[in-house]
Ligand binder design. Structure first.
Ligand code: AMP
Ligand code: MG
Length: 486
């Protein structure tokens, strides 16, 4: 007897009736792997021989699957949509890995569903490969994220402005519960269903809270802490998510839905790349505040559970938790910046030291990623590599004196150096390289994609001298604009 491809244990389908529609993926003419993430297949304890493009495109439901489209709502650019849902995605099922951790196997681009709202349910090769690359890069950077299991070309053109090659992304996440999933039931006033969902989420992500007398409030706090930590990682890496709608914010604290995202070359709080984010709502430096705004929407959704009998009391308790988010973010940010600066100890002036460096490098348009890599030299007396990145180093020199004095307070400079190496990537998915890789992929040449993937999945390795993958965009590259990858 052949082994089943997946040993499914579908808790969502079992426990959350009313929050989904059972559904099947579309047939596609010629499913073929563009990429199969063999490392992840192995880590999840899946059988490589059973990973077929038919299954991972959704054209064929594997044995034991109960594929479904999830319902959710969400605020998109501030406006509420009571019904979004998986309009081109399916939850195939959940598996337990060899360590017993639960993972969703999910498809994006697998065809229309009852939630498609006029969309075609499809995805394109470029955005699918982009999400593959970004998720794997973020994972290697130590950022919680959904991960790509496979990118499957469908052999079918998808109509956008012109016909383009279609693809499906198979991805893995610790769940696909979103802030918007809670908003869906809260907006309908379905409190029993909402409680069922919250209990499910707590069992899945915060089992320590199951017996807590104020578990819904503590759950809100746990989500706030995870998001604070996540967004601090984004900001300190120079990552702009680009579309932080509440339906794109997870309960697990994983980054989800890489669309118009990008990394900055030059640190700038107003940096944004998405063609549709006209106001900069989701700009680099606005992400912490928008995270807080989204979490306030989660808090509102949970009020009926926090105190069913006294809404004023529920609001007061939830507000206290939401107010704590900013402090949680600030602490996470400072922790990340200390690591980037090799500060193992904590001192009062560390925050202004970090902020002043950001201002200095922004003023001189210095490459963010490379400056932090070069700063490690200061721990063994070499300030020149960092200084060389400045056309006019006057302000940097002043800052570097402060930094040197601060490093003198560190007990062990070898430990500082190690900390910096582990916190400052050499390789990030730079926009010009992503564009180059995706443009070659659109002509069927995946070698630039593979070259870039190799670097960004080993982000902390020492760069070869003059490695083009570690260089900023050439000056002619101009302002990078991402188009909501659909
Ligand atoms: P996103 O902003 O990509 O996270 O998507 C927001 C909503 O639009 C979700 O409900 C998606 O399922 C839906 N959606 C995006 N693209 C499509 C498409 N091509 N067809 C159907 N629904 C889509
Ligand atoms: Mg989304």
């Amino acid at each position: 007897m052949t082994k089943a491809a997946f040993a499914f244990d579908n808790s969502y389908a079992r426990d959350l009736d009313g929050l989904y529609v059972p559904w099947q993926g579309d047939q596609v003419p010629a499913p073929q792997f563009l990429k199969l993430n063999t490392g992840l297949v192995e880590a999840l304890g899946l059988d490589p021989a059973a990973m077929t493009p038919e299954i991972l495109s959704g054209a064929k439901a594997p044995e034991g699957a109960s594929p479904l489209a999830m319902a959710y709502a969400g605020h998109q650019f501030g406006g509420f949509s009571p019904q979004l849902g998986d309009g081109r995605a399916l939850l195939v099922g959940e598996i337990l890995d060899p360590q017993g951790a639960r993972w969703d196997i999910h498809l994006k681009g697998s065809g229309k569903t009852p939630f498609s709202r006029g969309g075609d349910g499809k995805a394109l090769v470029g955005p699918v490969l982009c999400e593959y690359l970004m998720g794997e890069a973020m994972h290697a950077l130590g950022v919680p994220t959904t991960r790509a299991l496979a990118a499957v070309g469908t052999g079918q053109d998808v109509m956008r402005e012109r016909p383009e090659a279609g693809a499906v992304l198979a991805r893995v996440a610790s769940s696909h519960l979103r802030v918007g999933t809670f908003q869906f039931f809260a907006a309908r006033g379905e409190v029993d269903r909402l409680r069922q969902l919250a209990d499910y989420a707590i069992a899945r992500h915060d089992p320590d809270l199951i017996a807590s007398p104020d578990k819904y409030l503590r759950f809100l706090e746990a989500v706030c802490d995870r998001q604070a930590a996540l967004i601090a990682q984004w900001v300190t890496l120079g990552f702009v998510h680009g579309v932080m709608n509440t339906d794109n914010m997870t309960i697990s604290g994983e980054t989800i839905d890489y669309g118009p995202c990008a990394f900055v070359d030059i640190y700038d709080p107003v940096a944004k790349f998405s063609s549709i984010d006209k106001q900069g709502r989701y700009a680099l430096g606005n992400q912490p505040a928008i995270g807080g705004w989204n979490l306030a929407r989660l808090a509102e959704s949970l009020l009926d559970l926090i105190n069913p009998d006294d809404s004023d009391d529920a609001i007061r308790q939830a507000t206290d938790v939401i107010n704590g988010y900013q402090a949680s973010y600030d602490a996470a940010w400072l922790g990340r910046m200390r690591a980037k600066l090799g500060l193992v100890t904590a001192q009062d002036g560390d925050q202004s030291l970090a902020e002043d460096l950001l201002t200095t490098m922004q003023g001189e348009q210095v490459d963010y990623t490379n400056l932090f890599v070069a700063l490690a030299g200061v721990t063994h007396g070499d300030t020149s590599s960092a200084r060389a990145l400045f056309v006019n180093p006057t302000a940097f020199d002043v800052w570097a004196d402060r930094y040197n004095a601060r490093l003198d307070q560190e007990p062990d400079l070898a430990a500082s150096r190690d900390r910096m190496r582990a916190a400052n990537p050499v390789y990030i998915p730079r926009n010009h390289l992503v564009e180059e890789a995706l443009s070659a992929a659109s002509t069927g040449d995946l070698s630039p994609f593979d070259g870039l993937l190799e670097r960004v999945t080993n982000p902390y390795s020492v760069a070869q001298s003059a490695d083009r993958y570690a260089q900023p965009a050439p000056s002619g590259f101009g302002n990078y604009v991402t188009y909501c990858g659909t």
